[in-house]
Structures are given as structure tokens and as C-alpha cells.
Design a protein around this ligand. Structure first.
Ligand code: F6P
Length: 366
């Protein structure tokens, strides 16, 4: 079997706890077990376009297992097929894929490991179709990549959001208030659902179940009736009212994701106060969920994925990402990630269980 002598690795899209665990595992296994050289491409696909890279050494990966972010840097703007360049005071988007592929071949990189979310994996898939040997590794705190049951970073984000809820609980309780915690997740409600359950949320609002203010107010009133004067609400940034739309914080022209969500908790807070007369406060968790040290679970998952990616390279399973299904690591075509987002199914057992405990979803299940 032909062995790849030199491999490349890049991290692209938003940073995510566990990226460094993956980089470390790829480096260690590839160098120790197979004698490969590992080239770190800097700042995601930007490094491929602009030739920014360095040969990784043992020193680079020492002590990074516990580090958040990515030692390689990342970018969520550097799409090789739509790269923003400045011409005078105008931004012109160029297809620089040929340049990227040329750089890859000049570097004699025989396989590129691309670690990223759906946007990154879609770019990786196009490059693979144009002849590059690529192995993908899915990442995102949102846990919404199609083709894999779980992504690293999610567990850490849930831990941080849960801690946020724990801390808000005391104020909610002491002041008899409604406290709303807004969490990330884009168009999926995984972070809200998991942290809501772990942190004792009374109402959990997720994009998959459009809410009504009446249903939320009903949950708050029901709690009052049984003597609970406070209510904890977890809302996903992508939640929307029935018949309405998401709250957009900003539209970004040259980002891979043009819609930046955020601010739903402000809107909700005002509406809840108006409807119930109960003092309401909101907190946006924001990027705190993505920062800092990965949880032990994410360190292990990242390490497993990195190690599996090297197996994929050795077996020449190019054009695939390493997915997780039940207790196994599986081969998933890179194209799968571009087919949409993995949303929370309405019949998810956690939703049923939560409802049986009296947790509201602001949604009428009738
Ligand atoms: O996809 C990860 C994520 O953190 C989403 O949950 C969030 O909507 C988005 O990235 C924020 O992106 P940025 O860091 O570009 O603001």
C-alpha cells in the first residue's frame, strides 16, 4: 500500500474547544506510527491560498491538549471559491481554488486533513472533487453537522451554558424573577436542550419548536400556582415565534455564514414582562461558550477523531469525514455535511422526558 509521506492539517470556521486535541492526535500518530511529516496550514483556507504554513514539531503540540482555540489559527471568511480581495475600495470575491490546489501540490502534501463545520467540509468536498486527497473531521459547538451523531466542542459548550444557568438560578430565586439565558447553536437547539435539562431550565426554547408568548406565560403562571415564584428560561439564538422569524444581530457580507444570529432574549424579555408583569432579565452567553479549555469528553473525542483520521489516510479513504455513529467511527462522504443541518427531532426522547417533568417548550404539542 502506498504511504503518504507528507500530510497537511488545517482548522477552519469558528474556533471550538477540542481543536488542539485533534491536531495533537493527528501529529502524534502520523509522526510516531508512520513517520509522516505534518504541515500545519495557518488560518484555515487562507493559509492554503496565501501559502502560510509551518512544519509541525513535537514542541508545537506539547501541552496543547488542554488548550482552547486552535494553535493553527482559523478563519470563517477564507472560502477558496469566494475569497474576498480588495480592489480599490471595493471587495471583489474571487475563485482561488486553483491557486490553493497548486500550493498544496507544490508543498508535496499528499493528503490534507480539514477540521471544520459544514461550511469547511463543503469547501473540502469541492477541493476533493477537483482532485485533492482530503480527510475531514467535523467540529462545532452546535452539534449540527449531518452525518455524525456528535461533534467535539458541544460537550464543553453545554458545560459552560449549564454553569451560566446555575449562576443565574440564585438571582432568579432571590428576586422572584424570570431569568433568560440565550445560548448559541445557529438553527439547531442542541445546546439549549442539553444545558436546559442539565441546568434545571423551566422553559426551553429551540428553533425546531416555534414558540408563542402565550405558551411561555402559561408555564410561568403554572409555576406561580404551585408556589414557584421564579422561572428559568433557556433560549437558543435561532429560536423563533410561531409564524415569525429569527432575530438577526448582523448581516455579514463576506462571511461564510451571512446571517449572524443574536438578541432573541432581549425581545423575549420585554414581551414576557409585558404579558406577565413579572420582572425579567436576560443574559447572552455568546462566545464564552466557545472559549477556554475543552471538557475531558471533548479532549477524548478530539483525540479519537484525530487518530481515526490518520487511519483514513493510511487506508486512502479520501473524500470522507470521520463520523460518529452510536459507539463506532464511520466513513461519511464529505458531501453529506453540505446537505443541511442536523436538527433536534421533534420526537427526541429528551423532549418527551422534559415535558413529563413539566418543562415547557413554549410550544403547543397538540
Ligand atoms: O457555529 C458556531 C457558532 O458559535 C454559532 O453557534 C454562532 O451562531 C456562530 O458560530 C457565531 O459566529 P461568530 O464567531 O462568527 O460570531
Amino acid at each position: 500500500m502506498k504511504k503518504t509521506k507528507r500530510i497537511g492539517i488545517l482548522t477552519s470556521g469558528g474556533d471550538c474547544p477540542g481543536l488542539n486535541a485533534v491536531i495533537r492526535a493527528v501529529f502524534k500518530k502520523a509522526t510516531r506510527q508512520y513517520g509522516y511529516e505534518v504541515i500545519g496550514i495557518e488560518d484555515g483556507f487562507e493559509g492554503l491560498i496565501l501559502n502560510k504554513h509551518r512544519k509541525l514539531t513535537n514542541k508545537d503540540v506539547a501541552g496543547i491538549l488542554t488548550l482552547g482555540g486552535t494553535i493553527l489559527g482559523t478563519s470563517n471568511r477564507a472560502d477558496v471559491y469566494r475569497y474576498p480581495t480588495q480592489e480599490g475600495n471595493q471587495t471583489v470575491y474571487k475563485n482561488l481554488s486553483k491557486q490553493a490546489l497548486r500550493n498544496l501540490s507544490n508543498l508535496k502534501i499528499e493528503c490534507l486533513v480539514c477540521i471544520g463545520g459544514d461550511g469547511t467540509l463543503m469547501i473540502a468536498n469541492r477541493l476533493a472533487r477537483e482532485g485533492a486527497s482530503i480527510v475531514g473531521i467535523p467540529k462545532t459547538i452546535d452539534n449540527d453537522v449531518l452525518g455524525t451523531d456528535i461533534t467535539f466542542g458541544f460537550d464543553t459548550a453545554v458545560h459552560i451554558a449549564t454553569e451560566g444557568l446555575d449562576r443565574l438560578h440564585t438571582t432568579a430565586q432571590s428576586h422572584h424573577r424570570v431569568m433568560i439565558l440565550e445560548v448559541m447553536g445557529r438553527r439547531s437547539g442542541w445546546i439549549a436542550l442539553y444545558s436546559g435539562l442539565a441546568g434545571g431550565g423551566d422553559v426551553i426554547l429551540i428553533p425546531e419548536l416555534p414558540y408563542t408568548i402565550d405558551a411561555i406565560a402559561e408555564s410561568i403562571k403554572e409555576r406561580r400556582k404551585i408556589g414557584k415564584k421564579f422561572t428559568m428560561i433557556v433560549v437558543s439564538e435561532g429560536a423563533k415565534p410561531k409564524g415569525g422569524d429569527v432575530v438577526i444581530r448582523e448581516l455579514v457580507k463576506d462571511g461564510a455564514e451571512p446571517v449572524r444570529l443574536g438578541g432573541i432574549s432581549f425581545v423575549l424579555g420585554k414581551e414576557i414582562e409585558k404579558q406577565t408583569g413579572i420582572e425579567t432579565r436576560n443574559v447572552v452567553m455568546g462566545h464564552l461558550q466557545r472559549g477556554g479549555s475543552p471538557s475531558p469528553f471533548d479532549r477524548i473525542l478530539g483525540t479519537q477523531l484525530g487518530s481515526k483520521a490518520v487511519d483514513f489516510i493510511v487506508n486512502q479513504n479520501f473524500g470522507y469525514m470521520v463520523g460518529v455513529h452510536k459507539d463506532s467511527f464511520i466513513k461519511v462522504p464529505l458531501s453529506k455535511a453540505g446537505q443541511g443541518q442536523r436538527l433536534v427531532p421533534v420526537g427526541h426522547p429528551f423532549i418527551e422526558m422534559a415535558r413529563s417533568l413539566g418543562i415547557g417548550f413554549g410550544y403547543s404539542f397538540k
